[in-house]
Design a protein around this ligand. Structure first.
Ligand code: NDP
Length: 391
C-alpha cells in the first residue's frame, strides 16, 4: 500500500467554500490538438469545486483510501522541519502543483528513499530536479494541456488590461473617483498593434489564435516554425530569435519553458531594444526575465506595463520588488488554477494514479521521466543536466 504525499496551497482565508459563483462548468472533451481531456475511471469530486487547496485534496481521498493507500495533504512545504520534509522519507508518491511548488531538489530526492513517482497536478515540472529523479529511479508525470488554455486566457486578459489601463481605472471607480483623464492618460487600443510571442507551443499558439480577431499584427519566434497553413491563416510573421522579434513589437508575451537558453533572456540589454512604451507579459516562468531590469524599465518608461503570474521565489515575499513597481498587472500564480483547470488537472492526476496502481502505462503525453530517462513530453521539452530551476 502506498503513502501519497500531496502538497497543495492553503484554503481561502475565509474558509473552504460552501457555495460557488456558478453551478456548472462547460464540458471540454478534447484540446485543440485533438488530445482527449483526462479520462479517469472514476471521480469523487464535483467539477467546479475548489480542488487545488488543502481541503479540496484534488478529490483523491476516497479513491486512495478505498484502495488501502494513505493520503497526507499539507501546504507546509518550505523551511526547516516542514511537514513536507517530515513526511517525505517514507512517501511512495509526491503530488505537487507549480502554483505552490514542493521543490524536489537532489537533497530531498536522496532523502526520499521510497519515492517512485512525482506527479505535477498541472503543467511544468521544473520544480523537480529531473537529473536527480532519473538517478533515483523516480518517475515524473504531469497533466499535459490541462491548463494551457486557462493560461492563454490570462495572457489575453493581461494584454487588454495593461493596454487599456483597466486596473488603475477600476481602482478609481472603487475609490469613488470620476476623473476621466486620470483613467485615459495611459489608455490605448490594441487594434493595429504588433504583438509577438516568444514560443508558439500549446499556450503561445492559443494566445495568437485568440488575439487574431483583434486585428493586431502577429509575430512569433520558436525553435521550430509552425506549419505554413497556420502561419497563413493567422498572418504570422516568424522571427529567427527573440532578439530579432522584440524591436518590432508593441506587446510581447513569453510562453517558453525555463531552461538555460531562456533563463535571464529578458535582461536590460534586450529590454533596451524594445520599443519605448512596449508591454511585456510573462506567465511562463519568472526567471526568464531579470527581476531588477524589469522594475527599472517600468520606472524609466522603457516598458509601459508588465503583467503575469509567475514570481521568484514562490510564494513571493511581502516585500518582493514587483509588488510595488509602477504599471504592473501581476497576480499570484493563478492563471493555470481556475476552477475549470482544477477539474481537469484533478481528473488527470487521478488518471495517472489509476494507471500507476493498476500497472498500466501512463499516457505518453503525461510522461516527463520514466524508466530512468526523459520520456514522452519530457523528452521533447526538457534536457538532462538543465540547471534545476525553481519557478
Ligand atoms: P509547449 O511545450 O507546448 O510549448 C513550448 C514551446 O516553447 C515549444 O514550441 C518550444 O519549442 C518552445 N521553446 C523552447 N525553448 C525556446 C526558446 N529558447 N525560444 C523560443 N521557443 C522556445 O509548452 P506550453 O505552451 O504548454 O507551456 C509553456 C510554458 O508555460 C511552460 O513551460 C511553463 O513554464 C509555462 N506554464 C505556466 C503556467 C502558469 O500557470 N502560469 C501553466 C502552464 C505552463 P520546441 O518544441 O522546439 O521545444
Amino acid at each position: 500500500m502506498a503513502k501519497v504525499l500531496c502538497v497543495l496551497y492553503d484554503d481561502p482565508t475565509g474558509g473552504y467554500p460552501t457555495v460557488y459563483a456558478r453551478d456548472d462548468l462547460p464540458r471540454i472533451d478534447r484540446y485543440p490538438d485533438g488530445q482527449s481531456a483526462p479520462t479517469p475511471l472514476g471521480a469523487d469530486f464535483t467539477p467546479g469545486h475548489l480542488l487545488g487547496s488543502v481541503s479540496g485534496e484534488l478529490g483523491l481521498r476516497a479513491f486512495l483510501e478505498s484502495r488501502g493507500h494513505t493520503l497526507v495533504v499539507t501546504s507546509d512545504k518550505d523551511g526547516e522541519g516542514s511537514v513536507f520534509d517530515r513526511e517525505l522519507p517514507d512517501a511512495d508518491i509526491v503530488i505537487s502543483q507549480p502554483f505552490w511548488p514542493a521543490y524536489l531538489t537532489a537533497e530531498r530526492l536522496a532523502a526520499a528513499k521510497n519515492l517512485k513517482l512525482a506527479v505535477t497536478a498541472g503543467i511544468g515540472s521544473d520544480h523537480v530536479d529531473l537529473d536527480a529523479a532519473i538517478e533515483h529511479g523516480v518517475a515524473v508525470a504531469e497533466v499535459t494541456y490541462s491548463n494551457s488554455i486557462s493560461v492563454a486566457e490570462h495572457v489575453v486578459m493581461s494584454i487588454l488590461a495593461l493596454v487599456r489601463n483597466y486596473l488603475p481605472s477600476h481602482r478609481i471607480a472603487n475609490e469613488g473617483g470620476w476623473n476621466i483623464a486620470d483613467c485615459v492618460e495611459r489608455s490605448y487600443d490594441v487594434e493595429g498593434m504588433h504583438v509577438g510571442t516568444v514560443a508558439a507551443g500549446r499556450i503561445g499558439l492559443a494566445v495568437l489564435r485568440r488575439l487574431a480577431p483583434f486585428d493586431v499584427k502577429l509575430h512569433y519566434t520558436d525553435r521550430h516554425r509552425l506549419p505554413a497553413d497556420v502561419e497563413a491563416e493567422l498572418g504570422l510573421v516568424f522571427h529567427e530569435s527573440t532578439a530579432q522579434m522584440v524591436p518590432h513589437c508593441d506587446v510581447v508575451t513569453i510562453n517558453a519553458p525555463l531552461h538555460p537558453e531562456t533563463q535571464g533572456l529578458f535582461n536590460s540589454d534586450l529590454l533596451a531594444t524594445m520599443k519605448r512604451g512596449a508591454y511585456l507579459i510573462n506567465t511562463a516562468r519568472a526567471r526568464i526575465v531579470d527581476q531588477d531590469a524589469v522594475r527599472q524599465a517600468l520606472e524609466s518608461g522603457q516598458l509601459a506595463g508588465y503583467a503575469g503570474d509567475v514570481w521568484y521565489p514562490q510564494p513571493a515575499p511581502a516585500d518582493h520588488p514587483w509588488r510595488t513597481m509602477p504599471h504592473h498587472g501581476m497576480t499570484p500564480h493563478i492563471s493555470g488554477s481556475s476552477l475549470s483547470a482544477q477539474a481537469r488537472y484533478a481528473a488527470g492526476t487521478r488518471e495517472i494514479l489509476e494507471a500507476w496502481f493498476d500497472g498500466k502505462p501512463i499516457r505518453e503525453e503525461y510522461l516527463i521521466v520514466s524508466a530512468g530517462a526523459l520520456a514522452g513530453t519530457g523528452a521533447h521539452s526538457y534536457a538532462v543536466n538543465d540547471t534545476p530551476a525553481k519557478s
